[in-house]
Design a protein around this ligand. Structure first.
Ligand code: PLP
Length: 367
């Protein structure tokens, strides 16, 4: 039987033609497609500025450098990809963790409030799996304590919260276009979005060697620009993003229907009239996760684990801060139970059914 992949990027003839056109006709770095992609991404998200960079990690790192968080603390979740916290360290700051909420897998605003100290400069909610965080509470906290809100929107392109797109809710947001994300540039890429004119200017300068003009550099910059070929692909992907996300939502609904009667599973949080998730992952919580993972892979269903080790328990963070386990109980528990099922726009209904059937067989239930 054919293997079902866990993720599969869309790469259509339209994207290949756009890439070829950029390759043959444009300046290869920061060419016309890059500027157009930035304008269109800003418009799509409802923000003044979008500055492209070469990865989601760089988007975060340059944002924190531009915010001047050196020597200060940024509070974020341990249940995320490691780049979330690394970016704070790379910018000279100190990542501090608050636990995730068991309700939506996202950074808990109440625990975040308790973790604020005199050294805290920013909070960084991560819209994990494409499910928007409780942003009103983060924005209120930030206002009260004089903090910046940095959205890690690397998994949440096109999701929305109270009528605003993820990426337009905090002070600044960071996106990744890595191939498995809800939209890609056909390789590594990232974007910073903000309404803050000064911050946008500084990030744009930092990503281009600190240049103010061709031969003048007034800050220590980085080489973190987006290639025109990648931007050309990104523009086509952006045009189709809403359609891709609708397909993901329809697949999520099918999984919900097919898996709802298996008592060993908890299904992902759903949206409501205020919260519109985009199912970057359809991550179930399950009993005997590792055995189920093995059984599915053996039977040709690729699955993912996001994340088997919470950031604070990664060797590098244990080494830096002495974490031993037990500090962030919800994240630690979720890291043992979450399993990401196949999820991508071109996943077919018979494939969704097969995934559900395999899960049913594992638990001796009918899915
Ligand atoms: C939540 C989160 N933050 C940051 C990143 C880093 O993005 P990139 O891989 O483009 O550097 C990713 C993706 O890999 C991510 O999922």
């Amino acid at each position: 039987m054919d293997k079902i992949p866990q993720a599969r990027p869309e790469m259509t003839d339209e994207m290949i033609a756009a890439a070829t056109h950029a390759l043959q006709n444009e300046r290869l770095v920061l060419g016309e497609s890059v500027h157009k992609f930035e304008e269109e991404f800003a418009r799509y998200n409802g923000v003044k500025h979008a500055i492209s960079v070469s990865s989601g990690t760089d988007a975060l790192q340059l944002t924190f450098i531009a915010l001047g968080i050196e020597g200060k603390e940024v509070i974020t979740t341990p249940l995320s990809f490691i780049a979330t916290a690394n970016a704070v360290l790379q910018a000279g700051g100190v990542p501090r963790f608050a636990d995730a909420s068991a309700n939506d897998n996202n950074l808990d605003p109440e625990l975040t409030a308790k973790a604020v100290t005199k050294r805290t400069a920013a909070v960084m909610p991560v819209h994990l799996f494409g499910h928007p965080c409780r942003m009103d509470e983060f924005n209120e906290l930030a206002q009260e304590k004089g903090l910046k809100v940095v959205e890690d929107a690397c998994q949440a392109h096109g999701s929305s919260y109270n009528g605003k797109k993820a990426g337009a809710i905090g002070n600044v947001a960071c996106f990744s276009f890595y191939p498995t994300k809800n939209m890609t540039v056909g390789g590594d890429g990232g974007m910073v979005t903000t309404d803050d004119d000064d911050l946008a200017k500084l990030v744009a300068k930092l990503r281009d060697c600190g240049r103010t003009s061709r031969y003048v550099h007034d800050v220590v910059g980085y080489t973190s620009r987006l290639n025109s070929v990648n931007a050309a692909i990104g523009r086509v992907q952006l045009k189709h993003l809403d359609e891709y996300n609708e397909k993901r939502r329809a697949i999520a609904k099918r999984y919900d229907q097919l898996l709802k009667d298996i008592p060993e599973l908890d299904l992902p949080p759903r949206g409501d009239k205020n919260v519109s998730p985009v199912y970057h992952q359809y991550a179930i919580r399950c009993q005997r996760r590792d055995d189920l993972e093995k059984a599915l892979i053996t039977n040709g269903v690729e699955v993912g684990v996001h994340y088997p080790v919470p950031i604070h328990l990664q060797p590098v963070y244990r080494g830096l801060y002495g974490f031993k386990g037990g500090e962030y109980a919800v994240s630690e528990r979720l890291s043992l139970r979450l399993l990401s099922l196949p999820m991508f726009p071109s996943l077919k209904d018979d494939q969704v059914k097969r995934v559900a059937e395999e899960i049913g067989l594992f638990y001796h239930r009918r899915a």
